[in-house]
Design a protein around this ligand. Sequence first.
Ligand code: IMP
Ligand code: MG
Length: 175
Amino acid sequence: MAAPRVLIAAGDIDHRVRELGAQISQDYAHVTMEQPVFLIGVLKGSWIFLADLARAISVPARFDFIGVASYGAEKTSSGQVRLTKDLDAPIEGCDVILVEDIADTGVTLSYLIDLLKRRKPKSLRIAALLSKPTRRTRDVPVDYVAFSIPDEFVVGYGLDYAHTYRNLRDVCVLE
Ligand code: IMP
Ligand code: MG
């Protein structure tokens, strides 16, 4: 397999994630220590993005993780989403932001949105590091997108191929 080709360099990611953090801090300026914004990272792909986004947010925030599996060792989704880890705490009445690595077909996000909405959060928004708009088969509202990318399989900054490459600093195309 050829070496991954850099699509979005680490410095550009850093800059853009800080912008998103500032935007979120502005949009959630009303939250308090008692009612912080609740960021939920989708495991495993979002953990590096969430770690950086968290530190770019200046309003009170708390964090939890939810785990889903939709891909095996292939580059295309099986189309089946499976919950591998549930939240540790209820989200009823909370301002929730679901943080995902990438909105591809939208199947995973629409599954998670349905699941979380049933738990009656006060509000629910979606943040994704990446979006491949041309791949979408489900109409999912993604409120915060760091980068829209073409239909190419990418790895790095949390994203994997068969569980590897997550620790690359850049987002790279795997050819
Ligand atoms: P969706 O359900 O088709 O939107 O796919 C969402 C999930 O598929 C993401 O959370 C990723 O884990 C994975 N995924 C989709 N596209 C890529 C990619 O280009 N690289 C790595 N993982 C991807
Ligand atoms: Mg994922």
